[in-house]
Design a protein around this ligand. Structure first.
Ligand code: SF4
Ligand code: SF4
Length: 88
């Protein structure tokens, strides 16, 4: 599989890792990831299921804006995120 590659400022190749999923069971709703994402990809909202309806968690609101920086995953103490390169 070929994956999308970019260049850093110095001209070296790197492979962006785009946000893939967020494990709602792990998320404690600290909001760090939402603050750190420079592209506005992440949001905050209530759990879907009735039992935990009052619990606020992060969500991937706008994946199309993701630049694959992994900052959200780096800042998440619960390791709730997974990532993947983009197939081309
Ligand atoms: S940083 Fe992790 S635990 Fe905190 S809101 Fe984001 S996904 Fe949830
Ligand atoms: S990988 Fe970067 S751009 Fe994508 S959602 Fe996470 S912080 Fe935002």
């Amino acid at each position: 599989m070929s994956v999308y590659k970019a260049l850093n400022y110095g001209g070296s190749e790197w492979t962006p890792q785009f946000v893939l999923s967020l494990d709602s069971e792990k998320c404690i709703g600290c909001g760090r990831c939402v603050k750190v994402c420079s592209q506005g990809c992440l949001g905050f909202g209530n759990m879907d299921d009735d039992e935990d309806a009052d619990r606020m968690i992060a969500n991937i609101a706008n994946r199309n804006n993701c630049i694959g920086c992994k900052a959200c995953g780096m800042t998440c103490v619960k390791k709730a995120y997974t990532f993947e390169p983009k197939a081309v």
